[in-house]
Design a protein around this ligand. Structure first.
Ligand code: NAD
Length: 334
């Protein structure tokens, strides 16, 4: 397939490009290299891709770029570019969220409409649900975001649905649930936690640690994105990891390999839902989604990557499950 990936220098985008290249696809990556977090992360992500003859990079802002020539001839466009993070989306910063999540998506959809794309895969978010009324949450539940970020992701997703219904643009909006893995954005909880634990530094925890998430491994997410693009299915689907755990449980599990984590409790941050858990039946039936990486293996991959980035440290100890429980074993793992 010929693919265009927006947000290619970001956390999930760079993993997606690697996955597509490994499957023999031709990939054009687009990214503005925004300053949401240090550019060194994005440059490092891109450096992994630039040596591949089947990868081309175009630096630019999707608000300005001429998108039609970029999309012409592509079988799939994966639209991941955006302004992530719930906590920073309040106040004056909202304008940036509106621009990068809503206005950009509308431009992408206009270009997709004009070029007759095979598939447009959009990275939506579990944050559209807010504090949901049922768990695991199915797509049929009315979304009620609790952050301005969630509002912009929902607006973008609704735009995808509108262009799909009115103009037949073949959009597949995937609601990603707390994606983690090596190269995770430095503002996200797992990246901060693993860096603190491996460096034996204190970890500032937002809230009481009882908040739970359906953590989803990045390798499962990017494989699902390609599977969705290759299928005939269009619409909106959840992509969760299939295993809901609290932050306290994650900290305890990680401490078994790195040594106890020194947790510094702090207040809740407005915009964080108390709980997320995905019903993934639709994604399974529509394009064969089955998350394969359990939390223990995914966290171990992050620890290995973190230690490899520290001079003089090469070996990560194994993560063991909590005694007498299979809590961290994924249901599909035998
Ligand atoms: P990221 O910040 O690492 O990647 C986003 C990339 O988009 C960045 O490299 C940024 O430079 C680029 N970008 C932003 N605005 C742009 C513009 N106008 N033009 C061109 N490039 C632009 O974030 P991520 O964690 O990899 O998330 C990727 C997508 O997935 C985002 O849309 C996010 O909302 C969504 N998502 C992420 C998660 C998660 O857990 N990481 C969960 C749900 C949804």
């Amino acid at each position: 397939m010929r693919a265009v990936v927006t947000g290619a220098a970001g956390f999930i985008g760079s993993h997606l490009c690697e996955h597509l290249l490994s499957r023999g696809d031709e990939v054009v990556g687009v990214d503005a290299l925004t300053g949401f977090y240090a550019l060194s992360y994005k440059r490092r992500n891109l450096a992994r891709l630039l040596g591949d003859d089947h990868f081309a990079f175009r630096r630019g802002d999707l608000l300005d770029l001429r998108l039609e020539p970029l999309f012409a001839g592509a079988d799939a466009v994966y639209h991941l570019a955006g302004q992530p993070g719930v906590r920073g989306s309040w106040g004056a910063e909202f304008a940036v969220y509106l621009e990068r999540n809503v206005l950009v998506t509308q431009r992408v959809l206009e270009a997709a409409r004009d070029t007759g794309l095979g598939r447009l895969v959009f990275a939506s978010s579990s944050s559209v649900y807010g504090d949901a009324e049922a768990y695991p949450t199915p797509e049929t539940l009315a979304p009620k975001p609790v952050s301005p970020y969630g509002v912009t992701k929902l607006a973008a997703e609704q735009l995808c649905e509108t262009y799909r219904t009115v103009f037949g643009v073949p959009t597949a909006s995937l609601r990603l649930f707390s994606v983690y893995g090596p190269r995770q954005r430095p503002d996200m909880a797992f990246a901060r936690l693993v860096a603190a634990a491996c460096g034996h530094r204190p970890f500032p925890l937002y809230g009481d640690g009882g908040q739970s998430r359906d953590f989803t491994y990045v390798g499962d997410v990017v494989a699902a994105m390609r599977a969705a693009a290759a299928s005939r299915w269009t619409g909106v689907a959840n992509l969760g990891g299939g295993c809901e755990v609290t932050m306290r449980q994650v900290i305890e599990l990680l401490g078994r390999s790195t040594g106890p984590v020194d947790v510094v409790p702090g207040p809740d941050r407005p915009g964080d839902a108390r709980r997320t858990a995905a019903d993934i039946t639709l994604a399974r039936d529509a394009f064969g989604y089955r998350p394969r990486t359990d939390l223990r293996s995914g966290l171990a991959a992050m620890v290995r990557a973190e230690l490899a980035s520290q001079p003089g440290r090469h070996q990560a100890p194994a993560l063991t499950p909590l005694a007498g429980t299979d809590r961290y074993r994924h249901p599909t793992e035998v």
